[in-house]
Design a protein around this ligand. Structure first.
Ligand code: OAD
Length: 263
């Protein structure tokens, strides 16, 4: 089948890059953005635009507390798909994990699978390579001094009416994420693009692939000869350039892909 073919290419490849979106965290209970139960059905994207933050930080934070509750309520943990990618990265079978998600679950999965590799010959020797293209929702950053810190106490302060929450230096805190209308950090986007270009296999996992740079990274990879695999429940505008498309739940397809690679 198609996954067998993808597994063959992954096994042969020097450089495999994974690119993930909200669909990989959906089985962990984090809602996706698009679709019937999507976050953007319940909220208006414009509430969270950078321009709004600058114009009306108080209103922005009030809404952001609600968004945070909706997205990250209760306990959520990495699932089998996060763990497969973390294990592949640990074992040197995956160059990097690029993610649009801000939930921090790839980092948690890396910690959960540990450093004990199944293949000491290929294992990476450095820290896990997880690139959070849209930042991290569990952290906040001061817009004046740049100080970054754990977001929980700041979200609590905002929920208690301390709007907008400010840093000791007097600057306004901003969730440490990329907002609509805000540029992705140049260095991060450069790194993502060069990884896509270097890749022999590029896996797009659980993303609708409609927002930049998601829409263009698979094309960039394909243009430099990579095998492109798209693992997503629904079709995407990029399916036409993919070598392999799997419309399954990623907690099924990724563990199976990993098993096929190791066979
Ligand atoms: P989307 O919500 O646009 O797409 C998630 C995709 O995951 C959908 O196409 C679903 O079909 C698919 N999906 C859901 N559950 C799945 C499962 N168990 N297995 C496989 N696929 C599944 O999320 P993203 O593409 O990540 O940006 O959205 C990209 C960006 O748009 C987000 O990072 C966010 C949003 O606006 C910012 O906040 C800046």
């Amino acid at each position: 089948g198609d996954l067998e073919r993808l597994a063959d290419d992954v096994r042969r490849a020097d450089t495999v890059v994974a690119f993930t979106g909200a669909g990989i965290s959906a089985p962990s209970g984090v809602p996706t953005f698009r679709g019937d139960d999507g976050v953007w059905e319940r909220f208006d994207e414009r509430q969270f635009a950078y321009g709004r933050f600058q114009r009306d930080p108080e209103g922005f934070w009030e809404d952001r507390v609600e968004l945070q509750r909706t997205m990250f309520d209760g306990d959520f943990e990495p699932n089998a798909a996060h763990e497969v990618l973390a294990a592949m990265e640990r074992d040197g079978d995956l160059e990097a994990i690029l993610t649009q998600n801000t939930d921090g679950l790839h980092g948690e999965a890396a910690a959960a699978v540990g450093d004990e590799t199944t293949d000491p010959n290929t294992a990476r020797d450095a820290e896990p390579t997880v690139l959070e293209l849209h930042g991290n929702s569990q952290r906040v950053r001061c817009t004046d001094c740049g100080n970054s810190r754990d977001g929980d106490p700041i979200f609590e302060r905002a929920a208690d009416g301390d709007l907008p929450p400010t840093c000791d230096c007097g600057g306004v805190f901003k969730p440490d994420v990329v907002l609509f209308g805000e540029q992705l950090p140049g260095a991060v986007i450069q790194r993502a693009r060069s990884l896509a270009r270097e890749s022999d296999v590029f896996l797009a996992i659980g993303s609708s692939l409609v927002v930049e740079p998601a829409a263009s990274l698979p094309r960039l990879a394909a243009s430099t000869g990579a095998t492109v695999g798209i693992l997503n429940l629904e079709s995407t505008p990029v399916d036409g350039i993919a070598d392999v498309v799997s419309r399954e739940d990623v907690t099924d397809s990724l563990p199976r892909l990993r098993d096929l690679v190791l066979e």
